[in-house]
Design a binder for this molecule. Structure first.
Ligand SMILES: NC(=O)c1ccc[n+]([C@@H]2O[C@H](COP(=O)([O-])OP(=O)(O)OC[C@H]3O[C@@H](n4cnc5c(N)ncnc54)[C@H](OP(=O)(O)O)[C@@H]3O)[C@@H](O)[C@H]2O)c1
Length: 355
């Protein structure tokens, strides 16, 4: 039923608590007592939204950021910046000092080698967790992992490295109280990969799909994820050593979205007609990803569409049920796909601001 998805969402999981329709999420409710947050990855897509949310709610943010990061906007918002690097451990102990809650977002999302993923997504987590374990009363840690890490076995280097990061946190669970969130695709204002890649195709009226058959995804609007991160920082059971389930939450908006539905909804939000979705055989997807990487290499970058992403595209089911997060964290995804896409498109059209 074209059009209805954008208003109501696709197939809906039983959430246990009905998600509100419309608007952005509520002001963060972390109980008020806890105010000093350490946020890693605060210069990134999700971290910058989270930082705004914490500061708007009256909390303080210390951001661990690499010296090369663009931190002007964070400072202007009122965050303290500690220079450091999770790949070396520099600055981590300093950043941890005095934190009442730690939300760990920093990660490598695209890289040419497995070693580059591991250096941050596993070893960087280990450096942070060791620094936390060394303080007299370790603060509660929220690790932002990914559906790419589990519950299904990882199919990409990225997913494997994120799972390795989770395992590090689990190994320290007796000393550092921690919660793991596994979001599906996160979208919204400032998202650098999905919409910028899809929009030109939607304008052309033709979008490709990797492989044949239905491909299904869980999505979550960035501010809804931020609300979930803050809820996890505030409440709910923490990881238990030897128990792989407790304290680990899948995060999506509760809907199952087929790829063509996502494309149709974005086209509708952007004022275009529904695009034709053309399946591309997987060997062609792999070849295109290799070419894109080659082109990126010439410019010294790793493109968002790369061979590791192509590995993930082989999997047709990226859905999740966020019922545990709804029940135990009070997570209430508030934003429909149509609303979220509209917000993201508005931000894309606005003049860019320095980070
Ligand atoms: N975006 C999604 O759809 C999605 C879905 C599921 C899970 N996640 C998870 O959500 C988290 C945030 O993702 P995002 O989309 O916001 O990513 P992003 O925009 O690429 O941001 C990554 C952040 O990590 C920082 N970082 C990278 N390497 C670092 C290092 N060695 N030391 C310190 N900081 C470092 C980056 O700092 P610089 O400014 O220096 O680059 C940046 O602030 C990640 O853990 C990711 O795995 C994202």
């Amino acid at each position: 039923m074209p059009g209805s998805l954008c208003r109501s969402g696709g197939t809906r999981y039983a959430l246990g608590v009905s998600g509100r329709s419309g608007g952005t999420c509520d002001p963060p409710g972390w109980g008020g007592a806890v105010t000093r947050f350490l946020v890693t990855g605060a210069t990134g897509f999700i971290g910058s939204r989270l930082t705004r949310m914490i500061l708007a709610g009256g909390g303080t943010v210390t951001a661990l950021a690499r010296p090369s990061s663009r931190t002007r906007a964070l400072r202007e918002l009122g965050a303290d910046v500690v220079h450091g690097d999770l790949a070396t451990g520099r600055g981590v102990a300093e950043a941890v000092a005095g934190a009442e809650r730690v939300i760990h977002l920093a990660a490598t999302l695209k890289a040419r080698t497995a070693a580059a993923f591991w250096a941050v997504n596993r070893d960087g987590v280990a450096r942070l967790v060791r620094a936390l374990a060394a303080v007299p009363r370790p603060p509660r840690l929220v690790l932002c992992s990914s559906l790419a890490a589990g519950p299904a076995p990882p199919v990409s280097l990225y997913g494997a490295s994120k799972l390795a990061g989770e395992q590090v946190v689990r190994e320290h669970a007796d000393r550092v109280p921690a919660v793991i969130l596994r979001p599906g695709i996160v979208y919204g204002p400032g998202e650098p990969a999905l919409l910028p890649a899809l929009l030109p195709m939607i304008r052309l009226g033709v979008v490709v799909q990797a492989g044949f058959g239905p491909h299904r995804y869980a999505l979550v609007y960035v501010d809804d994820l931020c609300a979930a991160l803050l809820a996890a920082a505030d409440r709910g059971p923490v990881l238990r050593p030897g128990d792989p389930r407790t304290g680990t939450y899948a995060i999506g908006d509760g809907n199952v979205y087929h790829w063509d539905e996502i494309c149709r909804c974005l086209a509708q939000a952007a004022g275009h007609r529904a695009p034709l979705v053309i399946p591309l055989p997987l060997p062609a997807v792999r070849a295109a990803a290799a070419l894109a990487e080659l082109a990126g290499r010439a410019g010294g970058t790793v493109p968002a569409f790369n061979r590791d992403k192509a590995r993930e595209m082989r999997r047709a089911d990226w859905t999740c049920a966020p019922a545990d997060a709804v029940r135990e964290l009070g997570f209430t995804p508030a934003t429909t796909l149509r609303q979220g896409f509209a917000e993201a498109l508005e931000a894309l059209a606005a003049p860019s601001t320095a980070r």
